[in-house]
Ligand binder design. Sequence first.
Ligand code: G4P
Length: 531
Amino acid sequence: MPDYTEEIKRRRTFAIISHPDAGKTTLTEKLLLYGGAINLAGSVKGKATARHAVSDWMEIEKERGISVTSSVLQFEYGGYCINILDTPGHQDFSEDTYRTLMAADSAVMVIDASKGVEAQTRKLFKVCVMRKIPIFTFINKMDRDANDTFDLLDEIEKELGIATCPVNWPIGSGKGFKGVYDRNKKCVITYSDTEKGTREGHSREVPIQEEGLLRETIGDGAADKLLEEVELLDGASAEFDLDEVRRGNLTPVFFGSALTNFGVEIFLKHFLEMTTTPLARKADIGLIDPVEKDFSAFVFKIQANMNKAHRDRVAFMRICSGRYDASMEVRHVQGGKVMRLSQPQQIMADERKILSEAYAGDIIGVFDPGIFSIGDTLCAPREKFCYEGIPTFAPEHFARVRQVDTMKRKQFVKGIQQIAQEGAIQIFQEFNTGLEEIIVGVVGVLQFDVLKYRLENEYNVEIRLENLPYEHIRWIENKDEVNLDKLTGTSDMKKVKDMKGNPLLLFINSWSVGMTLERNKGLVLSEFSRN
Ligand code: G4P
């Protein structure tokens, strides 16, 4: 075993997923309080400052006051080294949000207790399920009136198709919120509303068997309800099974209030015990063990124009095995070169910390002179293997793009192809046409603005975007078995191909997707492409 094995084993790398406003930022801030964060990324900021993002990586960020990029937070807690990957939400939701999940070993799903499962959570959840990573649920805002607890759990199970296992159980909500019941310890932890931003207040622990004390502490009404619910719960809920959690089939559920910092440390402690050390990752030579192999990593995100003055690109990579130090040589497998990575750094908003070493589980950003692509593998010079690629995720917004000045054809094609190659947008063509008719697909509408801005500023090409009504895209998985000319679709269906020539279908209505499948027996459609 290498001498840095312990460094790898103490790493926990996860992403927090939620619908905007469920409390992801607030929860992250509170988690950092416990760790005394060593690095604070631009992602964690109050709502007010969020509107004036500190980052100046792109002018567009300043103009809109939002952060286009995602970043990583690292902090220490209880002997663990924790990496939180920020998944951009709000208007800056993009394919990068999905890609970030490819670099995480587990996900924490934050749900607003009065809203239940919402659209963006559903989307991000699907990606976690595809990867079969453990998913932990934090039901937030218990200090406000919440939906019925059983209904919330039922909704998660039915809507997301994952079994739930409450680790603790809320006692009331809103003004009547009394705390949570710890099912393992069989005691009630009373709610204490702390000053915003400070550590947890002085909660009391009351064993449920001490009924007199329990009634005195939370009142007769709450005690009766709790005793009844606990009995129901013990009979009805799934048994806690760590293997099922690790396989992504069962989600441990916690209740709390990030704003008042109640239930956050309880969650953190359990989460760290239940989640995994850096996971082995699939490559073309089999699973790569994080400890057994020397350094290896894959690129999951490329950020262009991090600094306008330098016109640079930064490739974000997740270290999958071994130890990295800045002086070592690595092989860029797809580029066929052995090289030193320049300026390895941890990217924190406008602050970049140059790294001297990092371990499996960590994320580093390196200067990219335009050689890396999303999904590329880096490994030790004597090795030569490739990690499984990052899928292309279904865009949800489409536009036809035309250049204003037709004389600038060459720059236009070059620019749009390069931006697509970086993974900032996806481009599609109609069947049987060249690049004169380009359809751009994006996951979040901000990507359209980024495209327009970058073509103007970097390639000096002005474009016009004409929105198209398509909302659903499907790759044809069994393209070799399907005769595209004979496909019987719906009237709103459009056939296109992606940059690699893969055939796809665009639909305006989700109903049409099902209809097309019904009309063409044997057709297999997919929401993402691994080709
Ligand atoms: P997000 O990152 O998921 O988008 O959510 P964020 O943490 O920014 O929280 C959204 C809003 O919900 C914020 O209020 C935040 O203070 C509030 N919030 C988060 N957790 C809790 C909680 O446990 N209880 C209650 N009652 N509120 C919570 P805001 O008014 O939009 O912003 P701010 O002005 O308070 O910063």
